[in-house]
Design a protein around this ligand. Structure first.
Ligand SMILES: *[C@@H]1O[C@H](CO)[C@@H](O)[C@H](O)[C@H]1NC(C)=O
Length: 150
């Protein structure tokens, strides 16, 4: 849907909730145009594929980021740790890989970081504080219960 993508970055809304859309490509990098005003983004089951742009870190006012049930692949960029006001982060049910960048779990206001059903291979010890019980299941984490590989 090219038209919805073109308008997306210019939205004056402070909360964006899009469920069951289909961007058909990456989370739009121009989402960063909204930094300063946007405080919640929920993109659930949008069919987002391919990537998590590092520009996401420009969203300094964001408190809730929910991109669960998409097809985001590749690593979670360390820039996520620049979102200093983030309280809830849900990236469950995607195809994310690599290690969780330690700075994310050290975010001062983060209370709930859920990433079930991905392919993460590393979880820093600091994440134990913010990942709820079973919030890391179904990944590829060594020494954690209920992983794909265990
Ligand atoms: C954490 O977030 C997940 C998904 O957003 C939710 O299902 C769960 O209930 C939350 N857990 C706590 C302890 O807040």
């Amino acid at each position: 849907m090219a038209s919805s993508q073109d308008n997306f970055g210019n939205s004056p809304a402070s909360v964006v909730i899009l469920v069951h859309n289909s961007f058909g490509e990456c989370l739009p990098a121009r989402v960063a145009n909204m930094f300063g005003t946007l405080n919640k983004i929920m993109l659930i089951n949008n069919g987002l594929t391919s990537c998590f742009p590092q520009e996401i870190g420009l969203l300094r006012e964001l408190t809730v980021l929910d991109v669960s049930f998409n097809e985001l692949a590749g690593p979670l960029p360390p820039e996520v740790a620049l979102m200093r006001k983030l309280e809830q982060l849900d990236v469950a049910h995607n195809r994310l890989t690599g290690a969780i960048p330690p700075g994310i779990c050290e975010l001062p206001r983060l209370k709930n970081f859920t990433f079930t059903y991905n392919f993460f291979t590393g979880e820093p010890p600091s994440c134990m504080r913010v990942v709820p019980r079973d919030g890391d299941r179904s990944n590829c984490l060594p020494n954690r219960p209920a992983q794909w590989t265990s």
